[in-house]
Design a protein. Structure first.
Length: 596
């Protein structure tokens, strides 16, 4: 459908055309070798800068007959298709980045049906091109005006007439090679028999356990380290002769693709799981995992589960109701963390300086869970300051100063100095005001909804808003602060539990079981009535300029609001000697008086 937008062809560094061109071009050969040093998975290539070099070769566009330049691109996988992709920078994000970097033409060939004209290219209009999912073909010769999905059939017909192929569906699935030449991993229960051929390990001899050894270093010849352990390898085969065990072990995905089923029955010594228990627990409600292996793990887990379903071992055709793949955390330089780049963040360093709660909180505050995000140590400092404000919402500052001074003088006695920390005198076991309850219930609503939606970063923002408001209260109701601590606990459990203990010891909360830890307290319930406004502040404008603000009942009628605005003392001087042409009342928003 976008074949008329091809402005270049990119081949993988391992492609035969690349090797052919490199045989006479030393710079291209060096570039290809450099490409081979990096990672070649889709996840790794997605993070790479789009690099490339021209080969000097061209291929012929099958419909226009034009010569199209061939480039070597580091973002092209040899294992994808034939290791060559048509570059359509107008409608593909990777092709666009590549073309922009190397100054290649960018041509729009799909446009929205209602678009009157094709806009000249710039970064903004390209986003419109790229986002066009249901448009029509433009700048496409015989395809112009066709809905782009219909263009697929038309292109297939045109190519077929030229004898260049036919329309068909291809799959990216490949045979799954699960064997690995290493010690760890699940042994493959196969015996190579003396007479040739292979046989399954008898069921009564299962499972096959890895041998306990002192050394499992690589063999040096490419075979598994198990190959040299004769007491493991040599075994009697089905004919009573000396056979040999398979020494390859299964790759990690083979076991990680079904381990969650074991959680349904983890103490069963007779079989992997009891069918009734698996029926009760499966499928998994919400599975969080992935990052680099997101696609592979989902693919293998579904494959493995469907095999088990077909065998009648599980009762559900799918393993998960919902799967969320968390984004990769990059180094501070925006690149994937690796020792060779020197951009690895050591968690121990962060824990030592800021503590576990701040570390945990920052990872959730960095951005949406599923996004790739760069690490920023200044961001840790920001959430660390928030935890400090939350702490001082409860703890008297003078007692905190005394505690810190005592610890500095005798750090080995820090535990006994904890008794110096006192709650603020402003924390009292009193009824909360309507305004305070509104602040709390706005926080309960936001945190509860965001937790359920895995929007941790915005849930933390809501708690920051609460602390900023609550810290200014002259009287801080202990029951209200207790509810906030329950919200904070999943995000910063250590700080929250410490404050909970102090609150229960010095200002016990009515309606909460003080014998239970914070993690076992029932979750706060949101009350919508607490967010209903009893009064509103309405701006009053004269000819579009603000002249006053009225505080009125929330349920005031349009007629009464108009009367109140017209009789407002600060507004009347701007109406003297003028005729009121119109009064525009926007309920709950504003009043604008047009006068001349």
């Amino acid at each position: 459908d976008t074949i008329m937008g091809v402005t270049f062809v990119a081949v993988a560094p391992e492609h035969p055309l690349a090797a052919h061109a490199a045989s006479t071009q030393p710079k291209l050969a060096a570039f290809i070798e450099e490409c081979k040093k990096g990672g070649t998975t889709e996840a790794e290539l997605a993070l790479k800068e789009k690099e490339g070099m021209p080969t000097g070769l061209t291929v012929t566009h099958p419909l226009t007959g034009q010569a199209v330049p061939v480039w070597v691109g580091n973002y092209v996988l040899m294992s994808y298709g034939d290791g060559a992709v048509m570059g359509v920078p107008g409608h593909d994000e990777r092709d666009f980045a590549f073309a922009l970097k190397h100054g290649l033409p960018i041509q729009q060939v799909v446009n929205l049906p209602e678009a009157a004209a094709v806009k000249p290219f710039d970064a903004t209009t390209w986003q419109e091109w790229y986002a066009t999912k249901a448009g029509v073909c433009v700048h496409s010769g015989v395809l112009d005006g066709l809905p782009f999905k219909e263009a697929v059939d038309q292109v297939a017909r045109l190519l077929g007439e030229k004898g260049l192929g036919e329309k068909k569906t291809t799959w990216r699935l490949r045979d799954w090679g699960i064997s690995r030449q290493r010690y760890w991993g699940c042994p493959i229960p196969i015996i190579h028999e003396a007479e040739g051929g292979m046989a399954l390990v008898p069921e009564e001899d299962l499972p096959v356990y890895l041998p306990t050894v002192d050394n499992y270093e690589p063999s040096g010849d490419g075979s598994s380290p198990l190959k040299g352990i004769t007491e493991f390898v040599n075994v009697t085969d089905s004919q009573g002769k000396m056979g040999q065990r398979e020494t390859d072990t299964m790759g990690g995905f083979a076991c990680s693709s079904w381990y969650f089923l074991r959680f349904a029955d983890p103490h069963n010594d007779d079989k992997p799981w009891d069918a009734e228990k698996a029926k009760y627990w499966m499928p998994v409600d919400c599975y969080v995992g992935g990052a680099e292996h997101a696609v592979l793990h989902l693919l293998y887990a579904r494959f493995w589960h469907k095999v088990l379903f077909d065998l009648g071992q599980v009762s559900t055709p799918e393993p998960f109701f919902k799967l969320v793949n968390q984004g990769l955390i990059l180094g501070e330089d925006g690149q994937k963390m690796s020792k060779s780049r020197g951009n690895v963040v050591n968690p121990d360093d962060v824990l030592g300086e800021y503590g576990a709660d701040a570390f945990r909180l920052y990872e959730m505050f960095m951005g949406p869970l599923e996004m790739v995000k760069p690490w920023n140590t200044k961001g840790v400092e920001g959430v660390y300051r928030f935890l400090g404000r939350a702490w001082r919402l409860f703890i008297d500052e003078e007692s905190e100063t005394a505690y810190e001074q005592s610890c500095a003088a005798a750090p080995e006695r820090e535990a006994e100095f904890l008794g110096l920390l006192r709650l603020q005198g402003a924390i009292q076991n009193v009824e909360a005001t309507p305004a305070q309850l509104k602040t709390l219930h706005a926080c309960i609503k936001k945190v509860t909804e965001d937790l359920e939606g895995l929007r941790f970063n915005t849930a933390i923002s809501a708690m920051m808003v609460f602390v900023n408001e609550a810290i200014s209260w002259n009287v801080k109701p202990s029951g209200l602060l207790a509810e906030f601590l329950i919200l904070l606990q999943p995000f910063a459990p250590h700080v929250a539990e410490e404050l909970w203990e102090r609150l229960q010891a010095h200002a016990p909360v009515t309606g909460r079981d003080a014998t239970l830890g914070l993690a076992y307290q029932p979750w706060p319930r949101f009350d919508p009535a607490r967010l209903v406004e009893s009064t509103l502040e309405i701006p009053v404008q004269v000819n579009g300029k603000l002249r006053d603000k009225l505080v009125v009942p929330a349920d005031i009628s349009k007629e009464d609001l108009e009367k109140a605005a017209l009789s407002c003392e600060k507004v009347r001087p701007f109406l003297e000697g003028k005729t009121i042409q119109k009064v525009i009342v926007v309920p709950r928003k504003l009043v604008n008086i047009a006068a001349s």
